[in-house]
Ligand binder design. Structure first.
Ligand SMILES: CC(C)(COP(=O)(O)OP(=O)(O)OC[C@H]1O[C@@H](n2cnc3c(N)ncnc32)[C@H](O)[C@@H]1OP(=O)(O)O)[C@@H](O)C(=O)NCCC(=O)NCCS
Length: 137
């Protein structure tokens, strides 16, 4: 399976997948998220296609300390065929190459079913609370 770096042309298809899976939020502009990741020197949106159609994405970034993963999604019709695991493996490879020693991600409480997937892929829950503050408002 080919996992490739996505381009601006893939933005609409990626956002459609994110919206279908309930990953978008009214307070996040997904197109701006996509473009920021493409423009960043240490970030990327990876994806995979079947018959030319985008069926999975993962956004990856290295902040100089840790690698982070966002917007992991596989189109429902293609789930449980190993694509999610391949995308995470590609994210890990990209981060290793970028020099990140560790990969982290956040799982919304409503997405707890995804925990089984992450555990199956070798991820463990960390004993941390995540704090946030908007810088643009
Ligand atoms: C989470 C997600 C990306 C997994 O993608 P996927 O391609 O279906 O995952 P894989 O086929 O690689 O699954 C590997 C293993 O993870 C586990 N797993 C995957 N999805 C699971 C689920 N919904 N429930 C329980 N275990 C699951 C299984 O052990 C699976 O192996 P198996 O199919 O042989 O039993 C996909 O379900 C998805 O897009 N969900 C909606 C969006 C989402 O929640 N994203 C994560 C936000 S943090």
């Amino acid at each position: 399976m080919d996992v490739l770096g996505l381009t601006t042309e893939d933005c609409g298809a990626a956002i459609a997948l994110w919206a279908e899976a309930g990953l978008t939020r009214p307070w996040n502009d997904p197109a701006a998220d996509f473009q920021r990741a493409l423009q960043g020197a240490t970030s990327v949106v990876l994806g995979t296609k079947r018959d030319g159609v985008l069926v999975g994405t993962v956004m990856v970034g290295f902040d100089g300390h840790r690698g982070w993963v966002y917007y992991l999604v596989v189109a429902e019709a293609h789930q449980r065929t190993g694509i999610g695991s391949e995308l995470m493996s590609a994210a890990e490879g990209w981060l290793r190459h970028a020099g990140a020693p560790k990969i982290q991600l956040m799982v919304r409480n409503e997405k707890l079913p995804a925990m089984k997937f992450y555990e199956r892929n070798g991820y463990e829950e960390s004993d941390v609370k995540v704090l946030a503050r908007w810088l643009e408002r």
